[in-house]
Design a protein around this ligand. Structure first.
Ligand code: URA
Length: 199
């Protein structure tokens, strides 16, 4: 199903309606894959028939969407982590240098143990690395930082995997390269413009 949804997102003829629907369905899948990586706490359960052991999600998770495209992944995570705090990081890509620039940051005072950075497109890895550095400055250990994205370029994945454990990175697909404008090839174009219909 993941490949079907990525194919819809890649297709340049996909309408905004179809793009949003595929993005939110894929975000649900990626959310479950990400949360499956977390250590769970054991709980005893009494079913109507007998006793058994179960697991509970840890509740101390901060969701960190990177503006603006990261917002497209947020609601899928909030469906499951309904009370999770959300820390927003606004990074703008300088179109000439393709380097990330911070223009907004709003993190809660009490930081949960774990953080999941949300950003659909991991191109050069600059924004993700920047966000990881911000979280590290706030005291996060690299092993407690996770990343969820839709499409990565190999280069971006390699850069991020130097900052946080590779196993903490959940992606829909890894594409081979970037073009000279630092767009992912074949990628899906500008995720934010297609999702927010600002083409
Ligand atoms: N951001 C996008 O939206 N698309 C890319 O290919 C790279 C960065």
């Amino acid at each position: 199903m993941r490949e079907v949804l990525i194919s819809i997102l890649r297709d340049k003829n996909t309408t905004t309606f179809e793009f949003r629907r595929a993005a939110s369905q894929l975000a649900g899948i990626l959310c479950v894959e990400t949360l499956d990586l977390f250590p769970k706490e054991g709980v005893s359960i009494q079913t109507p028939i007998g006793k058994t052991e179960g697991v509970e999600m840890p509740i101390d998770i901060l969701l960190v969407p990177i503006l603006r495209s990261g917002m497209a992944l947020l609601s899928a995570f909030l469906e499951i982590l309904q009370s999770a705090p959300v820390g927003i990081i606004g990074l703008k890509r300088d179109e000439k240098t393709a380097k990330a620039k911070l223009y907004y940051k709003n993190l809660p005072k009490d930081l949960p143990k774990y953080a999941i950075i949300l950003d659909p497109m991991l191109a050069t890895g600059g924004s993700a690395a920047f966000a990881v550095d911000i979280l590290k400055k706030e005291g996060y250990k690299p092993e407690n930082i996770f990343f969820t994205g839709v499409v990565a370029a190999q280069e971006g994945f390699d850069k991020l995997a130097k900052k946080i454990p590779e196993e903490n990175i959940t992606l829909g697909v890894i594409d081979p390269k970037l073009n000279d404008k630092k767009y992912i090839v074949p990628g899906l174009g500008d995720f934010g413009d297609r999702y927010f219909n600002t083409i």
